[in-house]
Ligand binder design. Sequence first.
Ligand code: ADP
Ligand code: MG
Ligand code: ZN
Length: 509
Amino acid sequence: MKKLAEVLQDWEAVIGLEVHTELTTLKTKMFCNCRLSHDDEPNANVCPVCLGLPGALPVPNKKAIESIVMAGLATNCQIMRHSMFYRKHYFYPDMAKNFQTTQGPVAFCMHGNLDLEVHGVGAAERPDFADTTATGEKINREADGSYIVPIRILRIHMEEDAAKMVHVGGAEGRITAATESLIDYNRCGTPLIELVTEPDLRTPEEARLFMETLQQTFRTLGISDCSLEKGSMRCDGNISLRRRGSAKLGTKTEMKNINSFKSLHDALEYEICRQAEVLEEGGVIYQETRHWEPAHKRTVVMRVKETADDYRLFPDPDLAPFDLSDDFINACAQRVPELPRQKRNRYVADYALKLTDAAQIAADPTTAKLFESCVKLVGVQVIPTVANVMVNLLPGYDTFAPQQIASLAELLNSDAISFAQAREVLDAINGTDEDPVRVVDARGMRQTTDIVALQTVVDEVLARCTDQVQQYKEGNTKVIGFLVGQCMKASKGTGNPKLFNQLLVQSLS
Ligand code: ADP
Ligand code: MG
Ligand code: ZN
């Protein structure tokens, strides 16, 4: 098969995503009062409604409607004042009532959009001549190839999840060749929102970034834990190819079993290359659902697509049409917090953080909250160091109190300890409520910042290392590392490497 970059020269990839998100932060199911938890013993959380017993009547979960409205507002959707629940019929034991309650042509949220920011190597996946959005506007590239592209969202609708099935005795847990199938109805009736994009994405990287942006947004809203691994956020990738310059959409295939960001990217990449090969050999693409096999890095056919008519969709007579009031929508709007991108921009503007540090902190609400607690404890000039500590030192440890992080950042900022020593301090205070300052003093780690004393060491080292001084003057600036090392040794580790570096450069210029 040809490589992605080569394929995308001749073919335009057209990608649309369908993203299902379980509202995991709610306490109860979508249409009954059963507890929302998949960890309990199988079939512990069931009732006549979610088991579909005759005569049971569904009652919608108001908090779930609040969540979907917040999701719609955060993705610039129109919130529909009037919508309905429908029945989507199918026969399979994961839904005992033989239909899924979902929404019809009008969903709670319609016609939104998200601006995707595509930076770095991922930006290069879109060939530079392919510089228009799905609606024909010009895309402006930065010098490094980064670009922003708007992606339209068709709708976000409310539905319910099905039960979980476990197939026993067959290969790989699939139903084929299984001897028994077990059903756990705890998941049945879990509130689920499905977001459907327009086919506006053009590269696997754009799809991956879109999914990442959604995850960060929904987590910040507090409506779901959005775990691809655990399946609380699931994504189907739809993909077709068309010749560059052609406006007609090709036949699409739909990718399932995507449970990581990397899988989403790799499955789309594989499928683009596969379709190109079929088409270039004069074959046709069948509209089918395909299963991503990460171990083999390929997609295989699961089933050919059923048509919409098979579901016999009609309004659910047990659920009255929904009228959302302005008051309700305004109350939801009040509860939409500052979103990751706004937060990132504020951190850069107010605290002079590096863009990448700010983005990483703002991406996750728990991290952002911790950062903001630390910010209150330090002077404004120390804040970038707090961010640096959080992004580069904290990963890998459990949690630290804001006071501990603030105190460590101040030690670093005043050059009392080096970055390497900061790790030693974190190891020492990990899992305790110890103050870093105490550890530094108790271990005698504090480095001298007395410039006169440090300069004496620098002079001594320069007088001794004449070869390296010569090399430096001939343009080999890398020897500075060696000279810093000599200074550290001469000062028995009590000097600050950053200050030594500065003094050496000054002395040598
Ligand atoms: P289906 O009825 O097969 O589920 P939909 O029209 O509901 O198809 O679209 C599902 C998803 O597929 C949407 O995200 C949409 O943007 C995308 N999509 C539709 N047509 C195409 C196509 N030709 N190529 C790629 N993606 C497509
Ligand atoms: Mg669909
Ligand atoms: Zn129930």
